[in-house]
Design a protein around this ligand. Structure first.
Ligand code: SF4
Length: 352
């Protein structure tokens, strides 16, 4: 059978896989074994699945492929400390997406992309530079986890946290994102707790309400980045459609429905949104909200000319929010030496 005529099995449910195997004359339990190899051990070649008889592995190889054709890691960068890995993943149609995995004291996390490119036009973001290309399928979201696990599992690690914060706006591809996360949550797949899954949005209000309506208790992160409408619209054009107060109101509805505290992401850009006046506006906007703030000193993006504030200015911003009883943290910076900001690696690859 030609490669392209073989059935792809990655991301397929177990019962469907069992039926397919039975149709091809394989025993049902072989599907359970293959499922285990794929999602627990990150082995994608039938002949390397040690408890599968060679004749069965050949039969599988003749009829199925694991990953979609031509999917591969086009470029892999690792930080000097070995804690952060950034993959540029090439998809079947030649498009590329970025994935970042990070090792922490408490486990391994991954930041996955949900779309190829993005049309939200956030001024500080490299993902949108080439515009929106297409949505990712659930399989394409899941395979970012699988490819990262392929590196981590042999060393005794595995992804235990997912943040959908790579390229793309996940709430504009909500069905695929939720299908992927639901699969990742399966005990016999990646077995990742919903508590350890975060969806990050630039503030698509109907999407936030739709997510709340699904009844899946995921963490929600909102990219806020400014606490007045003029500046937020300059940094994030989506604010012209869904203004600050509407976004915060939707986030509060989500917090009430899900019982989860919402995290507001705030990129600090020197001279733009890092003054104490900005901090005061932010504190006022989030007063009495079931929320926390994550401050992120900007990762400079060549094309945009944004600079990171001084350490003193970052500290002053942090202390101001703390004094106003806002639950606030500064994001630990990882992988600064490997273009860790969203879209930078893909953007560089596109220019070559
Ligand atoms: S920050 Fe997110 S929503 Fe905004 S352009 Fe980048 S990928 Fe799109």
């Amino acid at each position: 059978m030609r490669q392209m005529d073989k059935k792809e099995i990655f991301g397929m449910g177990l019962s469907e896989l069992q039926s397919l195997f039975i149709d091809k004359g394989l025993k049902k339990y072989r599907a359970d074994q293959v499922f285990d190899w794929l999602y627990k051990k990150s082995v994608f070649t039938f002949s390397e699945m040690k408890n599968i008889a060679r004749s069965d592995a050949e039969l599988m190889n003749d009829n199925f492929t694991v990953l979609p054709a031509n999917v591969k890691i086009l470029r892999r960068q690792q930080s000097a400390d070995g804690l952060t890995t950034k993959d540029l993943v090439e998809l079947t149609d030649g498009n590329t997406v970025e994935t970042v995995s990070m090792k922490h004291d408490y486990g391994c996390s991954i930041c996955v992309s949900s779309q190829v490119g993005c049309n939200m036009g956030c001024a500080f973001c490299a993902s949108g530079i080439g515009g929106f290309v297409r949505n990712l399928s659930p399989q394409e979201i899941l395979l970012q986890i699988a490819l990262s696990n392929q590196l981590l599992v042999p060393a005794g690690g595995r992804i235990s946290r997912i943040v959908v914060m790579g390229s793309g706006e996940p709430l504009l591809n909500l069905d695929a994102v939720l299908e992927a996360l639901t699969f990742a949550h399966r005990e016999d797949a990646f077995n990742i707790s919903c508590r350890n899954m975060t969806v990050s949005t630039c503030g698509i209000v109907p999407g936030i309400d739709a997510l709340a309506g699904k009844g899946i208790r995921l963490n929600l992160a909102i990219s806020l980045h400014a606490a007045n409408n003029d500046l937020r619209s300059e940094l994030m054009p989506v604010n012209d459609t869904y203004a600050l107060t509407e976004v915060i109101a939707a986030a509060e509805r989500y917090a009430r429905t899900s019982g989860r505290q919402v995290t507001y992401e705030y990129i600090l850009i020197a001279g733009k949104n890092d003054s104490l006046t900005d901090a005061e506006l932010l504190a006022n906007a989030l007063r009495f909200k079931h929320a926390s703030v994550n401050l992120i000193p900007v990762n400079p993006v060549e094309e945009k000319g944004y600079r990171r504030p001084s350490t003193e200015r970052i500290d002053a911003f942090l202390r101001f929010l703390q004094k106003r009883k806002i639950n606030v943290t500064i994001r630990k910076e990882m992988g600064k030496d490997i273009d860790a900001a969203c879209g930078q690696l893909r953007s560089k690859a596109m220019k070559r």
